[in-house]
Design a protein around this ligand. Structure first.
Ligand code: NBP
Length: 477
């Protein structure tokens, strides 16, 4: 009998095929399978020479080509297809075998699957993988969660597949059951906010200052140093600089302004609402995509209400620098909110997430990789008890320095009719956060008036209700 494979990958679309090639290139013997056999055959024909692959046309053959305990990585469309593959696999597996779901699963599905499979003695790892096609092949950032014993068994293989930064692999055990997929979900939520902030900076330069795509691309290229140095800023410069071969125009000007979404940003916002964590930047980014997806409604509104026209002002270094500062300060808020969501989820679901480790494994491979994450990693090492990332000295000082420009840019946007929901909501969050006394006292008064919901006072302990529409007296309840 021929040698058995170290691990198997089922689901050989973009991500699965590249992940299987990555594993094979790292010296692992990889069994590969896909529901429709053409993808398996194509992978073996095009890339079979890259490493040690074992192709199978049936699930049965695939499972029997694996060494024990078997390790199967599922890379199919998240949701029902994942359950379908698990159901097909389970009768063929034995106790102690390990299923790894590398798709973008909803964390509550991962919790359910982990529980159900544990009852059958099968270990389940929900592993978030970020980095898209290129990351999967060259080395992604990986966020595994699930049974610790399963992780210990697969860690030597999986860690080899992840990218490393400064000698540290961008892959670490996150915590039990759905912890890994939750961290990946929030990663994607932050990615939504990051991209929306970039789009708002672009829109200000385009609409208020009438700059061309190529000019704005140069600005982004110049920003890709220091605090803003990141993959997303780098590719923004490249996308803006691209000329369409057929028309000679900037390609970005020919791309429809309708953003699509696959759900992870929305899930992040939904979970934040469930947990009561304010994540304004991420949620506004989801709403902005939703609004972009209503072109007919927008066209009708532009006609009825009047479309904004480029203001035709000229931007100098000072104006561009202010937009940069606004972007940077808003980005700090988006990350502070995302990390706070992770902290609250960790407490709620008993995951014991290590926020510094999360910042560490996001430094390479993934879409939000950035110099900024080095600062977050250091921040959690030195100031773990700060009540918010915003209050860690490095970010606090950064935001204070950028604050005036941030306000001026939001005013500029409002005066020119340019929607900047992520810039503005981040500023509103910042202003709300630094108020030791906000306006919620009035909310409590109103709630007590119409619903007898009671309120607490600064000057004495206890809960109180005022008989507002009766004799106006206050009672302790
Ligand atoms: P897709 O999400 O496009 O899924 C296609 C794969 O799912 C194919 O292999 C297809 O098999 C298989 N599949 C489906 Br659809 N229904 C199935 C079923 N009922 N039973 C068995 N197989 C089924 O692939 P992808 O873009 O490579 O992504 C894979 C996973 O990785 C997803 O969960 C995705 O969210 C996640 N992810 C993607 C990216 C990215 O950049 N694309 C990044 C990070 C994570 P077939 O060939 O027979 O139709």
């Amino acid at each position: 009998m021929s040698e058995l494979a170290d691990l198997g990958v089922t689901g050989l679309a973009v991500m699965g095929a590249n992940l299987a090639r990555n594993a094979a290139r790292k010296g692992l013997r990889v069994a590969v399978h896909n529901r429709s056999n053409e993808k398996t055959e194509r992978l073996l024909a095009e890339f079979g020479h890259e490493g040690n692959f074992v192709g199978s046309s049936s699930m049965q053959e695939f499972v029997s080509s694996l060494s024990r305990p078997r390790v199967v990585i599922i890379m199919v469309k998240a949701g029902q297809p994942t359950d379908a593959v698990i159901n097909e696999l389970v009768p063929l597996l034995e106790k102690g075998d390990i299923i790894v779901d590398g798709g973008n699963a909803l964390f509550s599905d991962t919790r359910r699957r982990e529980r159900e499979l544990a009852e059958r003695g099968i270990l389940f790892v929900g592993m978030g993988i970020s980095g898209g096609e290129e990351g999967a092949l060259e080395g992604p950032s990986m966020m595994p969660g699930g049974a610790r014993s399963a992780w210990d068994r697969i860690a030597p293989m999986v860690t080899r597949m992840a990218v490393s930064v400064d000698g540290t692999p961008c892959c670490a055990y996150m915590g039990p059951d759905g912890a890994g997929h939750y961290v990946k979900m929030v990663h994607n939520g932050i990615e939504y906010a990051d991209m929306q902030l970039i789009a708002e900076a672009y829109d200000l330069m385009r609409t208020v200052y009438g700059m061309s795509a190529a000019e704005i691309g140069e600005v982004f290229a110049s920003w890709n140093t220091g605090d803003l140095d990141s993959y997303l800023i780098e590719i923004t410069a490249i996308v803006l600089a691209k000329t369409d071969a057929a028309t000679g125009k900037a390609l970005v000007d020919l791309i429809r302004d309708e953003a699509e979404q696959k759900g992870t940003g929305r899930w992040t916002a939904q979970s934040a609402l469930d947990l009561g964590v304010p994540i304004t930047a991420i949620t506004e980014a989801v709403y902005a995509r939703a609004l972009s997806g209503r072109p007919a409604q927008r066209a009708a509104a532009a006609k009825e209400l009047g479309e904004i026209k480029p203001a035709g002002k000229k931007a100098g270094a000072a104006e561009i620098g202010m937009i940069r500062d606004a972007l940077y300060a808003s980005k700090i808020v988006a990350y502070a909110q995302g990390f706070e969501q992770l902290e609250v989820a960790s407490r709620t679901y008993d995951w014991n997430l290590d926020l510094g480790t999360i910042a560490t494994i996001w430094r390479g491979g993934c879409i939000i990789r950035a110099a900024f994450l080095d600062r977050i990693k250091e921040g959690y090492a030195q100031h773990a008890s700060a009540p918010s990332l915003l209050l860690q000295p490095y970010f606090r000082d950064g935001v204070l320095k950028a604050e005036q420009a941030w306000r001026d840019v939001v005013v500029l946007a409002v005066q020119n009719g340019v929607a900047v929901p992520a810039f503005a909501s981040s500023l509103a969050y910042y202003d709300g956060l630094r108020r030791s006394r906000g306006p919620a006292n009035l909310l409590q008064g109103l709630r007590d008036y119409f619903g007898a919901h009671t309120y607490r006072r600064f000057d004495k302990d206890g809960s109180f209700h005022t008989r507002w529409s009766q004799n106006g007296s206050e009672v302790e309840v």
